[in-house]
Design a protein around this ligand. Structure first.
Ligand SMILES: Nc1ncnc2c1ncn2[C@@H]1O[C@H](COP(=O)(O)OP(=O)(O)OP(=O)(O)O)[C@@H](O)[C@H]1O
Length: 266
């Protein structure tokens, strides 16, 4: 693309010499997410600009940068159509930082839409749509668990919904591989499994509890999802369903709804 046709960015800020920031999408605890144009590949992407506390060398700042690096690495390991793909990481600050502690700007695929959290501010989903979204999230979680990653922050704000039915799980900031640090990490209490709230470590079953909480929050009445949601929300991690079984039950709810719609359209 020639310079003339390149979209004009906000303040013409170009991260990593390549990602032209176009529009602020939103911001969270660790940074601001921008819609950006990748001038090299001529496509739009999402770029997370870190917001780090303190000044260079501060412990808080070092920890926040570490968390972002960790988020990028954890998310990049997960290869699933319902996990937001990590495309690149660039270090862009101009500030002298210790190697590996610099603020990483995370370049991700852009999901044009909104988070499930935003969708739910307008009203609940019907159980079949919740099952479809839950099935996608569960798929991404199973892919994460298969490579030894526990997400630890499954919640509606971390589920992005595209206009084409696309579901993208993001927010791997608290994700970790087993053998965790002893200290309990912060998270969202409403979606954190009881063992996590008690300060014990989270395993794959903790993500299943969070999925149960997400499904319960997404619908006005759990209806056909009720038996599954109850088991996902079992206080005992061993009492939660096997992920393959949970997927089969969600699929059954989605299939029943499709069959009903087909009958009605005849
Ligand atoms: N890849 C993406 N494509 C489109 N929008 C995104 C993407 N990633 C995040 N967003 C949007 O950007 C906003 C901020 O995302 P971010 O991940 O920083 O939020 P957060 O989960 O609250 O943050 P944190 O995990 O740091 O607390 C959210 O509204 C989210 O919907």
């Amino acid at each position: 693309m020639s310079d003339d046709s390149a979209p004009k960015g906000v303040n013409d800020l170009v991260a990593g010499g390549r990602y032209r920031l176009l529009e602020r999408i939103g911001s969270g605890a660790t940074g601001t997410v921008w819609r950006a144009h990748d001038d090299l590949l001529d496509r739009e992407v999402a770029v997370k600009q870190p917001r780090l506390p303190g000044g260079p060398g501060d412990e808080d700042r070092r920890r926040a940068a570490h968390r972002l690096h960790h988020e990028a690495r954890a998310a990049a390991l997960v290869d699933h159509p319902s996990a937001v793909a990590i495309l690149d990481v660039v270090e862009e600050d101009g500030q002298p930082e210790a190697a590996g502690d610099g603020p990483p700007w995370i370049v991700m695929e852009l999901i044009r839409g909104e988070s499930l959290h935003e969708t739910l501010t307008r009203g609940p989903l019907d159980p079949a749509e919740a099952a479809r979204v839950g099935l996608a999230v569960l798929g991404a979680l199973r892919a994460a668990h298969a490579v030894g990653i526990v997400h630890r922050e499954v919640k509606p704000a971390n589920v992005l919904l595209g206009p084409d039915g696309r579901v993208g799980l993001t927010g791997f900031g608290l994700a970790h591989t087993p053998d965790p640090p002893a200290a309990a990490l912060p998270g969202s209490p409403d979606f954190a499994a009881p063992e996590r709230r008690a300060g014990r470590d989270a395993g794959p079953a903790s993500d299943l509890w969070s999925l149960g909480a997400l499904l319960r929050t997404a619908v006005a009445d759990t209806g056909p999802l009720d038996p599954l949601v109850r088991r996902l929300l079992s206080p005992d991690p061993d009492g939660r369903p096997d992920p393959a079984q949970a997927a089969a039950e969600l699929e059954a709810v989605v299939a029943a709804s499709r069959a009903r719609l087909e009958l009605e359209s005849r």
